[in-house]
Design a binder for this molecule. Sequence first.
Ligand code: NAP
Length: 310
Amino acid sequence: MHTTLHSPHQRLGHTTPAMSSHTRVALVTGSNKGIGLAIVRELCRQFSGDVVLTARDVVRGQAAVKQLEAEGLSPRFHQLDINDLQSIRVLRDFLCKEYGGLDVLVNNAAITPRTLRAANPTPFHTQAEMMMKTNFVGTRDVCTELLPLIRPKGRVVNVSSTEGVRALNECSPELQQKFKSETITEEELVGLMNKFVEDTKNGVHRKEGWSDSTYGVTKIGVSVLSRIYARKLSEQRAGDKILLNACCPGWVRTDMGGPKAPKSPEEGAETPVYLALLPSDAEGPHGQFVSDKKVVEWGVLPESFPWVNA
Ligand code: NAP
């Protein structure tokens, strides 16, 4: 499906100021633990408005809210499983009803090989399918439903990974050219992500020029999707000054990053929070890949991440 980023108010012919009477609101996906929880904590401290912590599991989500409440913070909670379109739409309706829009969206939820292995060792192609379903398809579905709600001067942060940059560099020159293209469309990107999963099923992904890192390929998808959406926002909502970027939080001690990672979840949250709180008069960054609060040219490994080659 082709994603259109016009706000519902614009589509209905209303003017966007109608939404401005509402409380401002920020939302983080997959925020019951890890970097997502640290992002919510920091937004509760710094964002002027409500902050919504979301989790696919209500019990885990409410436990995280209690933890933050014990620290004197007041996030709201809403269930969100990014693999479940119905769950995304219920959240969309909640935001429309309670807030009339959305000011900050942080797409943080993801799964990794580590998470999958711990849950259930599966064949490579099944892991590829499951990881693609959450990391790329789920993130895209959230964007399809929630980007039209983003108000003028809104901020969107897609938490990607330098592992995606490493995977990109392992792909064939033909694939690299496609993923670096300034004109690649959403449909072409979806086609390539589907092809990767098919190629793993048929045991030909290396022959077809893909990296062996399934997680990395899903994060190529997230980063390229961010470039495409930023372009669409510039075209379709010029003047609304919405800034949308992808970022890498660094190597962070979480279920995903493991105990040896050098950064704490709070340090991992710094770059996503920086992008979520870019001042209202900021002209950029927009459509960039950001690491350690600095724009990194798409496809180039940041020097600060020798660990990605480990
Ligand atoms: P984490 O500790 O494994 O937490 C992942 C979060 O995503 C959890 O809250 C998890 O919920 C949630 N999640 C998974 N599937 C979901 C679904 N279908 N719907 C909603 N939520 C879902 O991971 P993390 O290290 O904090 O990673 C956060 C982000 O940073 C990810 O995008 C990751 O790719 C990126 N990143 C991390 C590192 C690192 O070193 N940690 C490095 C580069 C990039 P459950 O608790 O229910 O499983």
